[in-house]
Design a protein around this ligand. Structure first.
Ligand code: FAD
Length: 318
C-alpha cells in the first residue's frame, strides 16, 4: 500500500488533535507515515502508533524553535525524498498552510488547502472543499506531482488503530534559507482555559444580538458548561465586544466543529463562510425570518437572554 506522509503538530511531544484526525483520513488513502519535528518529537511516537502510523520519522533540532517554518519545510522535503509518498497531509493551521505551500513549491506539486474530507480516487486522493464563502462544495484532485493537502480541524472523527509506529531518525540538512528569519521573542497569549477556536468540538458564538461586551458572559457561561470555545460575529467584534481572534467568518476564522451554536447572529453569507461546514448547527434568534434559520439543524425563535441561560442550566444538570 502507498505511504502517506502526515505532518505532526505537537507541543513538546503532546500531539494535537488535528494530527490524529489526519491519521484517520490518511488511512483511507494509504499507510500513514508521521513526521514529528522539534523538541519532544520522539515522545509523539506511541500515540501516533495508536492512531495508525506505521512509521514515525523524528528529528530534533533547535532550528525548529529558533526560526520560522523553513526548517520544517526542509525536513518534510527530506521525508518526501525518503518515502515517495502518495500524498502529504498537513493540518490547516496558519503555520500548516505556510509549510504546505512552501513544500508544494519545492517539490513542484499541486496543493489543496482547507480540505474538509478526503477519499481515495482512481488517480490519487480526492479532497472535498467548501469554497466561495461556502456556496459550493467541490471535489478536487492534484494532477501534478505529490499531492500536498491541508485539512481543516474537525474534518474527521479521531479513530484509534494500532500500528507498528516504528521510529526512525530523519536525516535533514537545512537549506540556507532555513535560518533566514529568526524568532526573537514569544509572547504566549493569556489562556482563557477554553479550547482553541479552530480545534474545538463545540463552538458557542454571539453576534450583535448579544448587545454589549458585558453580555458575552451569557455566551461564555453556555460555552463553559459545554467545554466549548467562544466565537463572535464581525458585528460583535467591530463593536469592540469580543476580540478579533474569536471572529468567525470570511475575514475571521473558519471553524468546523461537531456543534455550532449561533446566538443573536443573523447568518450573513460572510459569517456562514466560516461555520457552514459545522456538523450540527443550532441558532437562537428572536427573528423567525433570520437567514440563519435556512442553515440550521435546530432553531430556537426567542430572546437569547431567556433561552441561553436556561440551556446553560439544563446542560449543567446533565
Ligand atoms: P446582525 O446581522 O445585525 O444580526 C443580529 C441578529 O441578532 C438579528 O438576526 C436579530 O434578530 C438577532 N437578535 C437581536 N437581539 C436578539 C436577542 N435578544 N435574542 C436573540 N436574537 C437577537 N461577518 C462575520 O460574522 N464574520 C466575518 O468574517 C465577516 N466578514 C466580512 C467581510 C466582508 C468583506 C464584509 C462586507 C462583511 C463581513 N462580515 C462578516 C459582516 C457580515 O456581512 C454581517 O454584517 C455580520 O455577520 C452581521 O453580524 P450579526 O449577525 O451579529 O449582526
Amino acid at each position: 500500500m502507498a505511504e502517506v506522509l502526515v505532518y505532526v503538530d505537537h507541543v513538546d511531544g503532546a500531539v494535537r488533535k488535528p494530527t490524529l484526525e489526519l491519521l484517520t483520513l490518511a488511512r483511507r488513502i494509504g499507510d500513514p507515515v508521521a513526521v514529528a519535528l522539534g523538541n519532544g518529537a520522539g515522545e509523539t511516537a506511541s500515540v501516533l502508533a495508536e492512531h495508525g502510523a506505521v512509521k514515525v520519522y523524528t528529528h530534533e533540532a533547535a532550528e525548529y524553535a529558533d526560526y520560522l517554518v523553513v526548517p520544517k519545510v526542509d525536513a518534510l522535503q527530506a521525508a518526501v525524498t525518503a518515502v515517495s509518498p502518495a500524498a502529504v497531509l498537513v493540518p490547516s493551521s496558519a503555520e500548516g498552510k505556510e509549510i504546505a505551500a512552501r513544500l508544494a513549491l519545492r517539490i513542484k506539486s499541486g496543493i489543496i488547502t482547507d480540505a474538509v474530507d478526503l477519499e481515495a480516487g482512481e488517480n490519487g486522493p480526492v479532497a472535498t472543499q467548501s469554497v466561495f464563502a461556502a456556496s459550493f462544495t467541490t471535489k478536487t484532485r492534484v494532477s501534478t506531482g505529490t499531492p500536498v493537502i491541508t485539512v481543516k480541524p474537525n474534518s474527521a472523527a479521531v479513530e484509534a488503530a494500532a500500528a507498528a509506529g516504528a521510529v526512525e531518525a530523519l536525516t535533514v540538512s537545512f537549506s540556507e534559507a532555513a535560518t533566514g528569519t529568526k524568532v526573537t521573542s514569544r509572547t504566549p497569549r493569556e489562556s482563557t482555559g477554553r479550547p482553541e477556536l479552530t480545534e474545538a468540538a463545540i463552538v458557542v458564538s454571539g453576534g450583535r444580538g448579544v448587545n454589549g461586551a458585558e453580555n458575552f458572559a451569557v455566551i461564555e457561561a453556555l460555552a463553559d458548561s459545554l467545554g466549548a470555545a467562544v466565537g463572535a460575529s464581525r458585528a460583535a467584534v467591530d463593536a469592540g465586544w469580543y476580540p478579533h481572534s474569536n471572529q468567525v467568518g470570511q475575514t475571521g476564522k473558519s471553524v468546523s466543529p461537531q456543534l455550532y451554536i449561533a446566538n443573536g447572529i443573523s447568518g450573513a453569507i460572510q459569517h456562514r463562510a466560516g461555520m457552514q461546514t459545522s456538523k450540527t448547527i443550532v441558532a437562537v434568534n428572536k427573528d423567525a425570518e433570520a437567514p440563519i434559520f435556512d442553515l440550521v439543524d435546530y432553531g430556537v425563535v426567542g430572546d437569547l437572554f431567556d433561552v441561553v441561560p436556561q440551556l446553560t442550566e439544563e446542560v449543567k444538570t446533565r
